[in-house]
Design a protein around this ligand. Structure first.
Ligand code: UDP
Ligand code: MG
Length: 158
């Protein structure tokens, strides 16, 4: 006999495709792109390239939260400016789903420096500079899962 229990909380992974290894990535539309009114066009590019929006929210990071998110870059010379910039205005944070999501998304956004980004990439079209480069994209499946969980609970993913 199956016993049903009422659960007030769970730490189990969501029972959707989004929890399968390699199928999700995490992105942010960065402050200057949001301020410039490019959020809709950028989301349209993501969906147009076959990414499904699993979770999405508009949020402004405190300097402390931005510092935590970019902790891996703490020793790099641009860290202070990066934290200041990423907490300077609202961003969109999103979890995206697709086969090979992480690597396909890195290809869609293009190189960190927009002068090196390929034609047709999001950064080529929307980035202002190497620092203000319109979008974030996770660099490994492991980081995608960690970064998605930094912003979204299981209950916020569909
Ligand atoms: N960044 C910067 N100067 C640099 C390299 C990076 O301001 O010389 C910023 C930029 O906004 C970049 C972020 O720091 O997107 C994270 O750097 P990373 O090397 O991880 O680049 P990404 O993975 O975003 O392409
Ligand atoms: Mg990176």
């Amino acid at each position: 006999m199956r016993i049903l229990r009422f659960q007030t909380h769970t730490f189990a992974a969501p029972k959707t495709q989004a929890s399968m290894a390699g199928t999700i990535t995490f992105t942010m539309i960065k402050p200057e792109a949001v301020a410039a009114g490019n959020s809709g066009a950028i989301l349209n590019k993501m969906e147009g390239a076959g990414f499904r929006i699993v979770a999405l929210k508009k949020i402004q990071l405190s300097a402390q939260r931005a510092g935590k998110f970019y902790e891996v870059h703490a020793e790099r010379p641009f860290y202070g400016e990066l934290v200041e910039y990423m907490s300077s205005g609202p961003i969109f944070a999103a979890v995206l789903e697709k086969e090979n999501a992480m690597s396909d998304f890195r290809a869609l956004i293009g190189a960190t420096d927009p002068t090196e980004a390929a034609d047709g990439t999001i950064r080529k079209e929307f980035a202002e500079s190497k620092a203000k480069n319109a979008v974030h994209g996770s660099d490994s499946d492991e980081n995608a899962a960690l970064e998605a969980s930094f912003f979204f609970s299981d209950l916020e993913r569909f």
